[in-house]
Design a protein around this ligand. Structure first.
Ligand SMILES: C[S@@+](CC[C@H](N)C(=O)[O-])C[C@H]1O[C@@H](n2cnc3c(N)ncnc32)[C@H](O)[C@@H]1O
Length: 343
């Protein structure tokens, strides 16, 4: 039996009991329990122009009716799957769609917020959700026909370990569908990306948010993700799409009113995707189980863990954060999020 210390972890379970990790887990949960379907719809990242573009790029569709209907090609090409698992399923938008289309008759999901998001989760008796921290997940070997990671790997630290678990847990010929943010870690966009935005949108303020703004595990190793994914699964890749090098930094560095420019943003995104002028921020891939051994993880020291999860915050901003986290502050933020959609 392999001891915990010898497993291919970036951080060990002992390190995960430190206050920085525990705080980040709590922040993830706080965030996850707030994002109902209605709240998600008003996020800038779900702007109709972006969803239309996504439907085209990922699903070769001219329009979309459902957030998740770009997966129709998967259902058509790969057909019914018996044993399905989704990791970090949130409220289950993609899972519910897959089940409703007869892709499977049952789906297991593992989600950090399983208890806390119970009320807002999209219900389906064919979907069974359990709570778990995926950084230390143990999956049964040779068990699943299909595993889905939709926007969760970029929240994980033990990437090498989790991807190996996924690979081992697939049945021979099992399918792994990934849809992930693969841009700069903690959204710290590189200068060429920011300069591209400044050049193309000279009248819009482009403001990179400092690293301490990002809470929980948001994009904690996203800059490493695509490389590790290719090392573990590249050999068995069946389908791969990369895009999003412009629209994602645009919606995260500009004020909401800049969304008036979204049609142009999407045109530029398609341009740079074609020319390769900027690296992509999103990846969708379909992979099969393979015989590639686990990619060795580089261990994080306790100092590294602290600096990644709790970077120093200027005093003034600490005060602002305290106010934002008060009950009144949280309510005002929710109202502001709704208003941002219209102004
Ligand atoms: C960006 S959301 C994506 C949710 C969902 N897949 C979707 O696309 O709507 C990331 C999800 O991963 C979950 N998550 C983050 N870290 C996790 C962890 N260590 N273990 C399990 N789930 C985690 C969060 O609770 C959240 O639901």
């Amino acid at each position: 039996m392999m001891t915990e210390q010898l497993k291919n972890y970036t951080i060990t379970p002992e390190q995960a009991s430190c206050p920085h990790y525990v705080k980040a887990l709590q922040q993830e949960i706080e965030c996850g329990k707030d994002f109902s379907e209605t709240e998600l719809k008003v996020l800038r990242i779900n702007h109709p122009e972006i969803l239309k573009y996504k439907a085209k790029v990922l699903g070769n569709k001219d329009t979309y009716e459902n957030f998740a209907d770009w997966v129709d090609f998967l259902i058509a090409d790969y057909g019914y799957q018996e044993r399905c698992l989704s990791l970090g399923s949130g409220i289950g938008r993609v899972e519910k769609y897959l089940v409703s289309k007869g892709f499977t008759h049952q789906m297991e999901t593992i989600e950090l917020c399983a208890n806390e998001n119970e009320k807002i989760r999209l219900k389906d008796e064919k979907i069974n959700t359990v709570k778990g921290d995926l950084n230390f997940v143990e999956l049964p070997p040779d068990y699943y026909d299909f595993i889905l990671c939709h926007g969760v790997l970029h929240h994980l630290i033990n990437l090498e370990y989790v991807l190996d678990q996924i690979n081992k847990s697939l049945k021979p010929n099992g399918i792994f569908l990934v849809y992930e943010y693969i841009g700069e870690t903690r959204w710290q966009f590189n200068e060429s990306r920011l300069n591209y935005l400044r050049k193309n949108f000279p009248d819009i303020s482009i403001k990179q948010q400092p690293v301490w703004r990002y809470r929980g595990f948001e994009s904690v190793r996203s800059g490493d993700l695509f490389g590790i994914l290719q090392q573990q699964f590249g050999k068995s890749c069946k389908h791969s799409v990369c895009y999003g090098g412009v629209y994602f930094p645009f919606v995260t560095t500009t004020p909401p009113k800049a969304d008036a420019q979204m049609a142009r943003v999407i045109t530029l995104d398609a341009d740079v995707t074609r020319t390769g002028e900027l690296s992509p921020c999103y990846h969708m891939g379909i992979y099969r189980k393979n015989d590639v051994p686990a990619i060795p993880a580089k261990k994080w020291s306790d100092e590294m863990l602290k600096s990644q999860l709790s970077p120093p915050i200027p005093y003034w901003n600490q005060l602002v954060r305290l106010l934002r986290e008060s009950p009144l502050g949280s309510s005002l933020i929710k109202i502001k999020r709704q208003l941002n959609r219209y102004f």
